[in-house]
Design a protein around this ligand. Structure first.
Ligand SMILES: Nc1ncnc2c1ncn2[C@@H]1O[C@H](COP(=O)(O)OP(=O)(O)OP(=O)(O)O)[C@@H](O)[C@H]1O
Length: 313
């Protein structure tokens, strides 16, 4: 859906992005991750032409972005950033409605979309609808920023550290919301983060950048299991790689269905194997019962199977 071919951008003679070729597939959740100053934000901003590039081609829906009128291009791409950029004299509802208003949606449709998004992002409409940005916490402002980016159902969502100022609990629930929206609606999302665990939790397609270049890209599993070089190995923390790998899989993948339930506090099918490993350690057990979404015991999880998952592809 979005393709980069040999794209280069320099600021004051110094390359920020060098000869980058990438393909962000339609409906995929792509994540740009890397060291500070590696060119992630610049890469993102070149997609909606917030930053012009010096050479190469970037295509959106088959056409070079330079041939799309800037305003039309930006309306097709939601954009959410850490520093939020909410309009201070507009209420939360007016901020969220920015693009629907530009698109001249009827008032009723705008109102119901704003309510829907407030609920989606856990902001009680009765409390937040009429508030102004200065009356919100940093995390609430960020959620309004995400709601605004989603408002007009853009084909592509560009997000630059959108969960940066959130506490770990809110951050994790917002990550799950975004994943749910992306899976349910097949939305194309490109997200920049320097948080490795966030990147691994969200990405279908992970792009690791360093010094303006793409060092390795692919499925998170591939980068963890087959790091292209020492930089990639080091970036994911050599000693944490096994644990991070377990974070990519769910208990559901390994449950031995129909076994007589073992003792111990059950783990849910939806839990990651990383969290399940922690449950084994906390309970000092080798086998734990597994429950499905309705709390019914469906089988067991064996510690040995979890360990094997970290070894076998
Ligand atoms: N507007 C600008 N003017 C001058 N230099 C810039 C500008 N924007 C970015 N740069 C430089 O380009 C390089 C890449 O910056 P970029 O913001 O893309 O990196 P990043 O990977 O997103 O970093 P971070 O994770 O720290 O936000 C950096 O060296 C930065 O200083």
């Amino acid at each position: 859906m979005i393709e980069f071919e040999h794209v280069t951008k320099a600021f004051h003679g110094k390359a920020a992005v060098s000869d980058v070729s990438l393909n962000f597939a339609r409906g995929a959740f792509s994540v740009l991750v890397g060291t500070s100053g590696s060119g992630k934000s610049t890469t993102l901003k070149m997609i909606n032409r917030m930053v012009d590039f010096d050479s190469g081609i970037i295509r959106f829906a088959g056409e070079p972005v330079t041939r799309h009128p800037v305003t039309a291009l930006r309306r097709r791409m939601g954009y959410a950033i850490q520093s939020i950029g909410l309009f201070p004299h507009w209420t939360v509802a007016e901020n969220i409605a920015t693009v629907p208003r530009l698109l001249k949606w009827p008032d009723k449709k705008i109102h119901s979309r704003v309510i829907e998004l407030l609920e989606l992002l856990n902001l009680e409409p009765a409390v937040f609808y009429q508030r102004y940005p200065h009356q919100l916490s940093g995390g609430q402002q960020q959620r309004v920023g995400v709601a605004r980016a989603l408002a007009a159902d853009p084909e592509v969502l560009l997000m630059d550290e959108p969960f940066g100022a959130l506490d770990p609990v809110t951050r994790s629930s917002l990550q799950q919301e975004i994943l749910r929206v992306q899976r349910a609606e097949g939305r194309t999302i490109i997200l920049v983060t320097h948080d490795i665990d966030e990147a691994l939790a969200l990405a279908d397609h992970l792009v690791l950048m360093d010094n303006g270049k793409v060092v390795q890209q692919g499925a998170p599993d591939t980068l963890l299991r087959q790091p292209a070089n020492d930089f990639v190995r080091g970036f994911f923390g050599d000693s944490d790689r096994g644990i991070r790998l377990l974070g990519l899989y769910c208990v559901k993948n390994l449950v031995r269905l129909g076994e007589a339930p073992s003792g111990g506090v059950p783990v849910s099918v939806a839990l990651s194997l990383r969290e399940a490993l922690s449950a084994f350690i906390q309970q000092a057990r080798h086998v734990l019962p597994v429950v499905n979404g309705t709390g019914e015991v469906v089988g067991n999880l064996h510690l040995q199977d979890v360990i094997n998952q970290g070894v076998t592809p």
